[in-house]
Design a protein around this ligand. Structure first.
Ligand SMILES: Cc1cc2nc3c(=O)[nH]c(=O)nc-3n(C[C@H](O)[C@H](O)[C@H](O)COP(=O)(O)OP(=O)(O)OC[C@H]3O[C@@H](n4cnc5c(N)ncnc54)[C@H](O)[C@@H]3O)c2cc1C
Length: 475
């Protein structure tokens, strides 16, 4: 029986995971279309200055049943298991993360620690007697941890990563802070509730030659099952049928100057929603384009500093909520896998987010590098003269920012796109969902299972939306 052609837009982990699960059913003829010269998107690994480097710290872990097993089988024999070592830098000290009250006692004066403890206790009591529905990220965190902990850690960290926490949707906190807060902590301490792997992972995996081994292995599987990956591919437009573009029958692409039409039974997109909306409806649906363009993103900046030392950190990564540091996190590539660089030198990566046109985005690379070095010298991890080179990578529109109107905008966007009878979206950008690679794997598996069972794309899309809303990032 002839295989059904499926076109997948975007060769990041979102698109490739869908391609991997679809191709291995041997029922679908999969073609992945990637604009860049290489696959992997932000889960890729690249080479620079004798090092193999990731786009920020990536660990492999999942609490979704079966997903970690799938990734481990795919990378059989190529994974390093790590006992997690994360810390948070506060008041000049690197403390264990997630935070413990005992650690905070070390760095706060007795008066401030008492206030913080009272705030925590109040939050706990309120949790026992039931909470009102929070209207924002700020309210969500204050209800669970108390105002003092919010002001010390979560408020400055939120400002750095997403912007003003008072106008962020509570879903932003639900996704990013899986702990239920003070009540859960006290129940843990009293032994009345077990710590859950869903809130705090004690271990994780990392591929020996970089996180990019994950998307590469997916691509290899797609090819092994008769599929193809087109890189350097420009999408010219969709071929559609029906009165109002209700069916996409093909995708026109140009690869190395050669233009061709890819027939498609089903189209799976991991592209940004405004881009997808334009391909489907052109300028005939201004309401869709308005809603899609109202979904906010932050840009990502990564500053890599090449250091004349064999090693600097013990931790896998360290968070920096305080405003005096430009970056919100640092990591050292060789701590994840020593084979990622030469023995006598190392590389530290500082990651932070910003908005288009703000002071950070408009700073020159040299200015950003100088501020990162200054921060690392302040925390005592390096001397300025240890730095022998740098690299700055900027990635636009990667961090979804759930503002107070995002659910309404998403409803409008997905309702319009679901009117196309053979279209599905996936991935972090494609679903406008703050997720990790394991969630992308789960989405790919869910799509392949649904299509194999003969479900309509509308049914799969609606069920996927529900599933995705429950995803949490586990630190
Ligand atoms: C700093 C940082 C730390 C992270 N840490 C972790 C972690 O510890 N663990 C974890 O599992 N995940 C982590 N993640 C998240 C993970 O990187 C994402 O979940 C994943 O990369 C999302 O994949 P995606 O395919 O949806 O998007 P992307 O990786 O952005 O891929 C989208 C692809 O589509 C392509 N594309 C865009 N437009 C077009 C077009 N018009 N035509 C063709 N192709 C196009 C792009 O070139 C890109 O290759 C982290 C991310 C960051 C930034």
């Amino acid at each position: 029986m002839a295989k059904e052609p499926i076109v997948i837009l975007g060769g990041g982990v979102g698109g490739l995971a869908a391609g991997w699960f679809l191709a291995r059913t041997d029922r679908y003829d999969v073609t992945v279309v990637e604009r860049a010269p290489v696959i992997g998107g932000l889960c890729g690994t690249f080479e620079h200055n004798g090092f193999r480097l990731d786009y920020g710290p990536h660990k492999m872990y999942s609490v979704i049943p079966g997903v970690l097993d799938e990734m481990r089988q795919l990378l059989d024999g190529r994974l390093i298991e790590h006992r997690k070592r994360h810390r948070i830098f506060l008041r000049g000290h690197a403390l264990d993360y997630p935070l413990q009250m005992g650690n905070l006692a070390k760095v706060l004066g007795p008066a401030q620690f008492l206030r913080l403890g009272l705030g925590y206790a109040m939050a706990m009591l309120k949790g026992v007697f039931g909470r009102s529905t929070p209207a924002s990220y700020a309210e969500y965190v204050i209800q669970r941890f108390g105002r003092q902990v919010y002001e010390l850690v979560f408020e400055p960290l939120a400002w750095k990563v997403w912007g003003d926490p008072a106008v962020l949707h509570p879903d932003m906190a639900r996704t990013r802070i899986p702990s239920s807060g003070a009540t859960e902590l006290i129940l843990n301490l009293l032994g009345l509730k077990k710590k859950s792997a869903e809130t705090d992972a004690t271990y994780f995996y990392y591929p020996k030659n970089g996180f990019g081994e994950l998307p590469q292995a997916m691509a290899d599987e797609i090819i092994a099952h008769g599929g193809r990956i087109l890189v350097n591919a420009r999408i010219n437009g969709f071929e559609t049928q029906g009165d109002n573009n209700h069916h996409v029958s093909g995708v026109s692409v140009t690869v190395d100057g050669d233009t061709r039409s890819l027939p498609c039974h089903t189209l799976v997109s991991s592209l940004p929603l405004p881009v997808l909306g334009e391909f489907v409806f052109g300028d005939r649906d201004p309401e869709l384009i308005r809603a899609a363009s109202s979904l906010k993103f932050r840009h990502l900046i990564l500053v890599y500093l090449f250091v004349r030392k064999p090693n600097v950190l013990e931790d896998h990564w360290i968070f920096f909520p305080e405003r005096e540091f430009l970056f919100s996190r640092i990591f050292e590539q060789k701590v994840l896998s020593p084979s990622m660089g030469p023995a006598d030198r190392t590389v530290l990566c500082c990651d932070f987010t910003c908005s288009a046109g703000d002071d950070i985005w408009t700073s020159t690379d040299d200015q950003l590098v100088a501020r990162c070095i200054e921060g690392l010298v302040t925390m005592g991890s390096i001397r300025a003269e240890d730095v022998e080179g740098h690299l700055v990578k900027r990635s636009q529109n990667f961090y979804p920012v759930y503002d107070l109107t995002y659910t309404e905008n998403m409803k409008n966007v997905s309702r319009r796109l679901q009117s196309v009878d053979n279209l599905l979206t996936t991935g972090r950008i494609g679903m406008y969902n703050y997720n990790n690679s394991d969630h992308c794997v789960d989405m790919g598996r869910f799509i392949a299972d649904g299509l194999s069972r003969g479900e309509s794309t509308t049914t799969i899309w609606k069920n996927l939306e529900q599933r995705v809303s429950a995803y949490r990032i586990v630190d």
